[in-house]
Design a protein around this ligand. Structure first.
Ligand code: AHR
Length: 493
């Protein structure tokens, strides 16, 4: 089978915001406790941060991490997580039916983020709380000093403000499962008033309003429209959440799900721009895909877990090779919309639907770790608009699924082009030819492939690896052999 790409440096989608490679840590299951924070573990430092986890997080090079939820945030009092640890209350976390000791809170997360070379995307509680708690939190985090909350921060050991720039106005407020769920109008009004006062405390912050928690929610579309009508002038981004699963064991259709993500993103952009037009506004609302991943493997095992435990092993999906291929495709799809999707958070980072898993002895890396690591490393700079052609197939949900899924980025400083490509064919290799219209490639810097595994194989034994692809050559065009069911990264200068 053949695939063809036409690539021109002049065909730019746009600058890639590094926050496209963000992730997410929620107080959920073993993400915080036994995950990033485990004072009793031999790998932990004096603050209780597991250094083996930090090393793995650094490999993923995530520039921003959303915290503290998720559903958790809609019942969270941020004040519970500050001050002397022995005075912090243990609470019921109603979102995940667990116990929360609050031994880990805001200061710990800010310190952890520094160690992990990342920044904080902080969510405020708009489920049980509102504008007052949110503006106090901004004052606590970002105001230099001389006021009640900024001095309280200093008293708690942080003389300098945290300078948190990106904030989420609640979480999935459209979902009936959410603590304090709201109608679009109720949420829109509250989000707008909260946004206003948060920005009055610090006008340098950026705010993400909740879009729909899934395109399948019955309120999708109307929700976005109403929320934008209410909040347009005071917010900067609208969120999207989307999780995928191969419940039907239909690989052809599962690997087509990046087309669903593409459709979701296009639909939300259309709504944002329709409201912009109606408001005769010059301001463009961009997108924050602040939860995305595969999530379905753990659904049954989670039903067996007794409530009200500390750090129960919830949402511990063990990912296989087909999941890694889909994650690669979803990353390609995000890059194709880099002009409008400025923030994205792989949900989540450690133990909970995560690329990094911990045991008391150490960490192990899931299959999905590898495509994420490569796109986060090489997919920086400018996203290019390719013309890509290949044969298509029909799947259960889509009429024409191209066997070749691809995109490219250019690092203009280093003058290196990176092509990311998935061959969806379960049987045939794909001979990829890439034509360059306004650049003469000098050579192949590196070409790798991730392939050859059974689609249901997991990486619990650590045997998975990205290997070199020897079948890549370049003269005036680039020719590459892409194995069936493969994730490929080709870098040329
Ligand atoms: O990431 C797991 C959960 O998925 C989050 O808490 C929630 O926002 C979403 O439903």
């Amino acid at each position: 089978m053949r695939g063809h790409i036409k690539l021109a440096l002049a065909s730019r989608i746009g600058e890639i915001d590094p926050r496209l490679y963000g992730s997410f840590i929620e107080h959920l299951g073993r993400a915080v406790y036994q995950g990033i924070y485990d004072p009793e573990n031999p790998h932990a430092d004096a603050q209780g941060f597991r250094q083996d986890v930090i090393d793995a997080v650094k490999q993923l090079n995530v520039p921003i991490v959303r915290y503290p939820g998720g559903n958790f945030v809609s019942g969270y009092n941020w004040e519970d997580g500050i001050g002397p640890k022995d005075q912090r209350p243990t609470r019921l976390d109603l979102a995940w039916r667990s116990k929360e000791t609050n031994a880990f809170g805001l200061h710990e997360f800010v310190d952890w983020a520094k160690q992990a070379n990342t920044s904080v995307n902080l969510a405020v509680n708009l489920g049980t709380r509102g504008a007052d708690a949110a503006r106090n939190l901004v004052e606590y985090c970002n105001f230099p000093g001389g006021t009640y909350y900024s001095d309280l921060r200093k008293q708690n050991g942080a003389a300098e403000p945290f300078h948190i720039k990106t904030w989420c106005l609640g979480n999935e407020m459209d979902g009936p499962w959410q603590i304090g769920a709201k109608t679009a109008y109720e949420y829109g009004r509250l989000a707008n008033e909260t946004a206003k006062v948060m920005k009055w405390v610090d006008d340098s912050i950026e705010l993400v309003a909740c879009g729909s928690s899934s395109m399948d929610n019955p309120t999708f579309g109307n929700w976005e429209e109403t929320v934008l009508e209410e909040t347009y002038d005071n917010i900067d981004y609208l969120s999207l959440h989307r999780y995928y699963g191969n419940q039907d064991n239909d690989l052809a259709n599962y690997l087509a799900q990046s087309l669903d993500l593409d459709q979701f993103i296009r639909s939300v952009i259309a709504i944002c721009d329709a409201v912009k037009a109606r408001k005769r506004s010059n301001k463009t609302i961009n997108l924050s895909m602040d939860e995305w991943n595969v999530w379905y493997h753990s659904a049954n095992q989670d039903k067996q877990i007794a409530p009200w435990q500390l750090a129960p092993p919830l949402l511990e999906d063990i990912y296989n090779f087909e999941d890694a291929l889909l994650v690669g495709e979803l990353l390609i799809t995000l890059l194709k919309h880099a002009d409008r999707v400025k923030i994205a958070c792989l949900a989540q980072l450690v133990n909970v639907i995560a690329p990094i898993m911990t045991t008391p002895e150490g960490v192990w890396l899931q299959s999905i770790f590898y495509p994420f690591m490569q796109v986060s490393e090489y997919g920086r700079g400018v996203a290019l608009a390719l013309q890509s052609e290949s044969k298509t197939y029909a799947s259960k949900s889509f009429d024409a699924v191209p066997y070749l899924e691809s995109t490219a980025t250019v690092d203009e400083k280093a003058r290196i082009i990176t092509i990311f490509a998935v061959n969806r064919s379960q049987t045939d290799a794909l001979t990829l030819e890439t034509e360059f219209s306004d650049i003469k490639p000098l050579g192949v810097v590196k070409a790798t492939q991730f392939c050859g595994y059974d689609v249901k194989e997991t990486n619990e034994n650590g045997q998975m690896a990205i290997v070199e692809n020897q079948n890549v050559s370049v003269d005036t065009t680039l020719k590459a052999e892409l194995q069936p069911l493969s994730w490929n990264v080709i870098r040329v200068n």
